[in-house]
Write a protein that binds this ligand. Structure first.
Ligand code: 5GP
Length: 120
């Protein structure tokens, strides 16, 4: 990992239930919550249950079962939210240059309007 995992990050507190949230999906591997500052009509964050700083950390250290379970959970979130037919975008900002602001891996799901070309 590029940085150690800080278990005081806000998503860790949400996963521990120390900060209330309204999950739209939860299973053994993942918790999905609406983004507090949505950038699209549907903007969901999918968090792995394990303590991983980033996509890099996750793909480096997580077990195959955790990786499979988390990736499958992202698909389930999108399906259960009815996003498949209209379509959706996945994004995982990784590191400071990519504007990752919270040190627990989160995959963004954007949907609900035409998203246009990817902006970088
Ligand atoms: P990043 O820039 O790290 O990829 O995305 C962090 C996301 O977390 C942002 O879209 C931001 O709005 C969201 N966020 C920050 N704090 C909270 C919070 O306390 N609850 C929820 N649900 N989302 C948050």
């Amino acid at each position: 990992a590029t940085q150690p995992y800080d278990d005081q990050n806000i998503f860790a507190k949400i996963l521990r239930g120390e900060i209330p949230s309204k999950p739209v999906y939860e299973d053994e591997f993942a918790l999905a919550i609406p983004d507090i500052n949505p950038q699209a009509p549907t903007h969901i964050l999918v968090l792995p249950k394990g303590a991983y700083v980033s996509w890099d950390d996750f793909t480096d250290r997580a077990s195959d079962a955790e990786i499979a379970g988390f990736v499958r959970a992202v698909g389930k979130v999108a399906r259960s939210a009815g996003l498949v037919a209209p379509g959706y975008r996945l994004l995982a900002n990784t590191g400071p240059h990519a504007h990752q602001t919270i040190g627990h891996l989160h995959v963004h799901i954007f949907a609900g309007r035409p998203l246009g070309p990817l902006l970088v």
